[in-house]
Design a protein around this ligand. Structure first.
Ligand code: AMP
Length: 386
């Protein structure tokens, strides 16, 4: 089954055509600057498609140029927010599209863009089955004591202010692969998954299900990330508000100017590690803060899952930065964690164990593949609907 996977942002559209049975990518691409151009007609051509419908025309042309005539069986959309309603991928119809739209206030940058992608497909290929795969869905199994904030109930009932969690598609996919690597049925897998990319989150998995996760109402909570602060005392925001910062100023500072960038002046882990190795004190501090925050969460989640059977690293930093993995592992002596330095330093695209046989718990590196997970989920929904 050939599935077109779409990740539609407000000004960009990322796509992949996947052969689900073969697990392969046939072609992929990225259309940028949507809404910034005039479609290239007339005088004063400005780069970029006018809207998502025009971007989709470009995707269609690129796919056909690359692959010739082919029959897409379905489209799978990455949708950021599924709120409290969506615990599974769903076949999209008008009611589902409106339900995703009703969640716009919870994800104002993402859900409206996801809906634009869905509507563009409906317009171009009205009969094409479309499936929404939600970033929050895997975390619908969080128990109330993990998703509640200790604030007046009215904030939850009137505004939906609770912890939702994100990166769910990746955490679920990596959970399945980690369980397989350990020869465990997924429902017997208890562990901690650290998805460390430019955005980063860590999830506590008990019996194959998410029981806690570090991102909350938005993807800002939790770990120190590329440009996001993660956890901080909320009074800081009140303090800044009183000092004259606008909500937009605070939002920009916390989401775009903090994290590794705020501490070390650079959001790229490779550069931060290189700078620290060259003696840059700020970079060393950034690594210390970032690895300590993660180690604290891992300790907490070890308790939350009743004793983890594995610690799993994934995404850009988790899969590639042996230096950062070592920094985290050295803080987990209380759990008996012991990395095999040789295995940790090896580069590979395969799921693997990087701890010693004596380690208190196995430490794994499991590459994530969100597009593959979306394509597989899409194919499964379409098949079950037939
Ligand atoms: P992602 O958002 O999953 O693409 O991850 C982006 C992060 O992964 C950035 O901080 C990169 O510096 C980091 N990263 C990617 N490749 C490497 C590498 N080979 N070594 C260390 N960090 C890497």
């Amino acid at each position: 089954m050939l599935v077109l996977v779409i990740n539609s942002g407000s000004s960009s559209l990322k796509y992949q055509v996947r052969d689900v049975a073969a697990g392969s990518v046939l072609t992929e691409g990225l259309i940028e600057k949507i809404g910034m151009g005039n479609g290239g007609d007339g005088d004063g051509e400005i780069e970029g498609p006018r809207d998502h419908a025009e971007a989709l025309e470009q995707v269609d042309a690129a796919i056909h140029q690359e692959l010739g005539d082919l029959e897409l069986a379905a489209v799978g959309h990455r949708v950021v927010h599924g709120g409290e309603r969506f615990a599974e991928p769903v076949l999209i119809d008008n009611e589902i599209t409106r339900a995703i739209e009703r969640l716009n206030p919870l994800a104002p940058l993402h859900n409206p863009a996801n809906v634009l992608g869905i509507r563009a497909i409906s317009k171009k290929w009205p009969k094409m089955p479309q499936v929404a795969v939600f970033d929050t869905a895997f975390h619908r199994t969080l128990p109330e004591h993990a998703w509640r904030y200790a604030v007046p109930d009215e904030l939850y009932t009137n505004h939906g202010i609770r912890r939702y969690g994100f990166h769910g598609t990746s955490h679920e996919y990596v959970t399945r692969r980690a369980a397989a690597l350990l020869n465990l049925p997924v429902n017997e897998f208890d562990g901690v998954i650290a998805h460390l990319g430019n955005g980063a989150s860590v999830t506590a998995i008990r019996g194959g299900r998410s029981v806690d996760t570090s991102m909350g109402f938005t993807p800002l909570e939790g770990l120190v990330m590329g440009t996001r602060s993660g956890d901080l005392d909320p009074s800081i925001l009140v303090f800044l508000g009183r000092a004259g910062w606008s909500p937009e100023d605070i939002d920009t500072m916390l989401n775009r100017e903090s994290g590794l960038k705020g501490l070390a002046g650079n959001n790229d882990m490779r550069s931060v590690v290189e700078a620290a190795e060259a003696g840059d004190g700020k970079a060393a501090t950034a690594l210390a803060v970032t690895s300590y925050r993660l180690a604290k969460y891992i300790g907490g989640y070890h308790v939350a899952v009743g004793g983890a059977k594995a610690l799993v690293f994934t995404a850009g930093i988790g899969e590639n930065s042996h230096q950062f993995r070592a920094l985290v592992a050295e803080k987990l002596g209380a759990l008996g964690v012991e990395l095999d330095a040789g295995l940790n330093a090896e580069r590979s695209k395969e799921p693997r164990v990087i701890s010693t046989p004596q380690s208190g718990l196995p430490v794994l590196v499991v590459p994530t593949d969100e597009e593959r997970a979306i394509a597989e989920a899409t194919a499964a929904v379409v098949r079950s609907g037939q």
